[in-house]
Design a protein around this ligand. Structure first.
Ligand SMILES: Cc1cc2nc3c(=O)[nH]c(=O)nc-3n(C[C@H](O)[C@H](O)[C@H](O)COP(=O)(O)O)c2cc1C
Length: 192
């Protein structure tokens, strides 16, 4: 199984970083091939620019987009690891989706509507929030984020979202609670 982790957090001491490292260890322990795209560390440019559009109009794509598309193409299973910021994706990851998941690569329009071109790939989404999970669940926010993420982005492109985990109350969590959360990550990775 060829795994790809797309990771978006600027702080190497963050809990998201610990999640990414835990996944890395678990996937490698299973002997999977693994590539990690650490978008901040790579300095990925998230702005879909006029020059991007000009290049696309001429049938070309900028090198950084082509490179990221190769990583996606080569992966069977993609795990997205990111904190929830303002009820959605951090801007760098939103911009990655804008620039990399392009029409003709990730989706297209057919006679019957949208066709997901990333069909056959599996995805897992791992999110952390400041809000405790029951609060977010009760407010309907989890349902909304499930719909935009699973259906509106990854499912739209034909990917099968096989897991979507939320770890709530992270900033106020104890070391023991964090260990429990990482243990859940290990259990999850074991299945992939
Ligand atoms: C810019 C920004 C926006 C945030 N927006 C939300 C939010 O909408 N909902 C929420 O529950 N937490 C929000 N948070 C809190 C983060 O989700 C939380 O601190 C993070 O998931 C904890 O993981 P970390 O230690 O890896 O950063 C926000 C934090 C930042 C920095």
């Amino acid at each position: 199984m060829k795994h790809l982790i797309v990771y978006a957090h600027p702080n190497p001491k963050s809990f998201n970083h610990a999640i990414m490292e835990t996944l890395q260890q678990a996937y490698q322990a299973k002997g999977h091939s693994l590539t990690i795209r650490d978008l901040y560390a790579e300095g990925f440019s998230p702005v879909l620019t006029p020059s991007d559009f000009a290049a696309m109009g001429e049938g070309r794509l900028p090198q950084d987009i082509l490179r990221e598309q190769e990583y996606i193409k080569n992966a069977d299973f993609i795990t997205f690891v990111y904190p929830i910021w303002w009820a959605g994706l951090p801007a760098i990851l939103k911009g990655y989706i804008d620039r990399v998941f392009l029409k003709g690569f990730a989706y297209d329009y057919g006679a019957d509507g949208v066709v997901g071109l990333l069909k056959g790939k599996k995805a897992a989404i791992i999110n952390t929030t400041g809000s405790p999970e029951p609060v977010y669940d009760h407010s309907g926010m989890i349902k909304s984020m499930n719909q935009t993420g699973e259906q509106g982005i990854f499912g739209f492109c034909g990917m099968e979202v096989v897991a979507h985990l939320y770890f709530g109350g992270v900033p106020t969590s104890t070391p023991e609670q964090r260990q429990d959360m990482l243990q859940r990550i290990r259990g999850l990775a074991e299945k992939f």
